[in-house]
Design a protein around this ligand. Structure first.
Ligand SMILES: *Cc1c(COP(=O)(O)O)cnc(C)c1O
Length: 347
């Protein structure tokens, strides 16, 4: 690949590499065996993020996928039905884990990553009829990945969770990008997390850490999650290296997410003006841009290939859908360059 500039990687906000300061924090981490409760920074991270989310306790996990899978194991039983948004991460990006690990079936409702309480009400199977699976959990994804980083409106979150509680359903927030939702909405993470029994957040997306997620909830739920983490093989030892990176990300990379959002917005506005691009700017609320290539235009796979030749990396979601994500490791200038390169390829 010979390009005028180093590759601009917009495939995901997971591609970030630790900054020199984050690496220094990791190198200096005083680590211990987390299975003996002796990793000081993991303990600090768990306490701090639990407090930030307004929950009793937190539990560090290696990945967001494991956090979601553990949450399902804790909140459901095999055969249960779980209500999720359309194209939820748990159903689309966890390689069938929800069925394999928890034996649940997922029911997708709503549109573009969001749904309202009325849609949940309609989706809950009647109780007391022996043929139906029990609906026991509702999951919300905020921000919603495949719908373009949409923020789930908080007043609807409150209504959905109140209905769930009144109908005996548990509530789970897949908040891998809750940091982005908070910056975009101006609401604190604790407010966004308040209606839920269990909440997952990631440190390896916008915050720029090399790995790690966290589940927060009541003492009892976190005790159950701790057992499930061990059962799934996710209990690790000197996790303080990851905790140091996460704490650094929380302290230094949270407010700057607004820059990622502004960059995504500029990129989306440039592309949306092209007749081959179908892009609803109302969906561009955070750091993810999902757009469709109209019939007759270049297809997604070809666009991905050609843009890679020009040093711009994006993802194809399907034959006509492309995703680009802004993050810590791409500047405003790089995002502008990437947008110009894609526009050139669109002709
Ligand atoms: C990325 C992501 C996860 C978890 O991802 P990992 O790659 O396993 O850390 C979970 N939910 C959503 C919405 C995500 O975008």
């Amino acid at each position: 690949m010979t390009t005028a500039h180093p590759p601009i990687d917009l495939r995901s906000d997971t591609v970030t590499r630790p900054t020199p300061a984050m690496r220094a924090a990791m190198a200096a981490a005083p680590v211990g065996d987390d299975q003996y409760g002796e990793d000081a920074l993991t303990n600090e991270l768990q306490a701090r993020v639990a407090a930030l989310l307004g929950k009793e306790q937190g539990l560090w996990l290696p990945s967001g996928t494991m956090a979601n899978q553990v949450a399902l194991r804790v909140l459901t039983r095999p055969g249960d039905e779980v209500v999720v948004s359309r194209e939820a991460h748990a159903g689309w990006h966890e390689t069938g884990g929800s069925a394999a690990n928890s034996g649940v079936q997922l029911v997708e409702i709503g549109a573009r990553g969001v749904f309202d309480a009325a849609a949940l009400d309609a989706a809950i199977k009647p109780r007391g009829l022996p043929v139906y699976p029990p609906t026991t959990l509702v999951e919300i994804e905020n921000t919603h990945n495949r719908s373009g980083g949409i923020v789930f409106p908080q007043d609807e979150v409150v209504r959905v969770c109140a209905l769930a509680r009144s109908r005996g359903l548990a509530t789970f927030l897949d908040g891998a990008r809750l940091w982005n939702a908070s910056v975009a909405s101006g609401s604190a993470e604790g407010e966004l997390a308040a209606p839920f029994d269990l909440v997952a957040v990631s440190f390896s997306k916008g915050l720029g850490a090399p790995g790690g997620s966290l589940l927060a909830g009541s003492r009892d739920l976190i005790a159950a999650a701790t057992r499930q983490r061990r059962m799934l093989g996710g209990a690790m030892r000197q996790t303080g290296f990851f905790a140091a990176a996460a704490l650094h990300g929380i302290d230094h990379h949270r407010a700057r997410l607004a820059d990622d959002h502004a960059n995504a917005r500029r990129f989306a506005e440039a592309l949306a003006a092209h007749p081959a691009v179908d892009l609803d700017l109302a969906t561009v609320q955070t750091n993810i841009v999902v757009f469709r290539l109209r019939a007759g235009a270049i297809d997604a796979a070809t666009l991905v290939l050609r843009s890679r030749e020009r040093g711009v990396l994006v993802n194809a979601f399907d034959a006509r859908t492309v995703r680009a994500v802004t993050h810590l490791d791409v500047s405003r200038t790089q995002v502008e360059l990437a947008g110009a390169a894609l526009l050139e390829l669109l002709g």
